[in-house]
Design a protein around this ligand. Structure first.
Ligand code: TMP
Length: 230
């Protein structure tokens, strides 16, 4: 545990509902625990991170090592300036993507050795691991259809352009990681209705983190400065 706070990540492919579920969980945990809840995301939750996000997702093409290093740089700065200070204050930090995304995309997807990608992230974060990771699992074709319906046919970013095989490898890598560490991961079928998914997440989070309800006057949910995730 990252005492005195709690560190939760949401993982999965694009279009699986991570941000909706993070928000619902954050509101609920603020009421339940009376703690500060910080909703954040990678890449791009800091000012530096916004520049890195733009370069890695919308910039010129690059090799897998450059890509992995940019995500790691975003994570290093995010953890140092946003996540760790919040955990030290005793907050519940909920991040939309963390280390598992690097292993799934840069190793599963791009074929870098998984141990090296994980080591890079652990170096970047000085070893900060989540207390619980919620994997929203969805078939990549279903996720792409859902995204297209929600957003229309906007320009795809570099990762979205990578194709179905790439996204199938990403999904498989997430699932393998979850299967290897069932104590830390919760795998949820993201094809289920939003409310059912949220209900399941709440059960798992409370059970695994051993949270105790408190009576509160006003619980606050904060979000990082950068809300722009284009
Ligand atoms: P999103 O914020 O809309 O989910 O987009 C982030 C994209 O970046 C998504 O395609 C996943 C990808 N990504 C990686 O490839 N590696 C990482 O470490 C992270 C955090 C994200």
């Amino acid at each position: 545990m990252n005492a005195p706070g709690y560190f939760i990540s949401f993982e999965g492919g694009e279009g699986v509902g991570k941000s909706t579920q993070s928000r619902l969980l954050g509101d609920w945990l603020a009421d339940l625990t009376g703690r500060e809840v910080l909703l954040t995301f990678e890449p791009g939750a800091t000012t530096l991170g916004q520049e890195l996000r733009s370069a890695v997702m919308h910039g010129q093409d690059m090799g897998p090592r450059a890509e992995a290093l940019i995500y790691a740089a975003d994570r290093a700065h995010h953890v140092e300036t946003v996540v760790r200070p919040a955990l030290d204050r005793g907050a519940v930090v909920i991040t939309d993507r963390y280390v598992d995304s690097s292993i799934a995309y840069q190793s599963g997807g791009r074929d870098l050795p998984p141990g090296e990608v994980e080591h890079l992230s652990l170096w970047a974060t000085k070893g900060l691991r989540t207390d619980i990771t919620i994997l929203l699992d969805l078939d990549p074709e279903a996720a792409a259809a859902r995204r297209a319906a929600a957003e229309g046919k906007g320009a795809l970013d570099r990762l979205e352009r990578a194709g179905l095989e790439f996204h199938t490898r990403v999904r498989d890598t997430f699932l393998q990681r979850a299967a290897a560490d069932p104590e830390r991961y919760v795998v949820i079928d993201a094809a289920a209705p939003v409310d059912d998914i949220q209900a399941q997440i709440r059960v798992d989070v409370v059970a695994r983190l051993g949270l105790t309800p408190v009576v509160t006057e006003a619980a606050a949910v904060t979000v990082p400065d950068s809300e722009d995730r284009s």
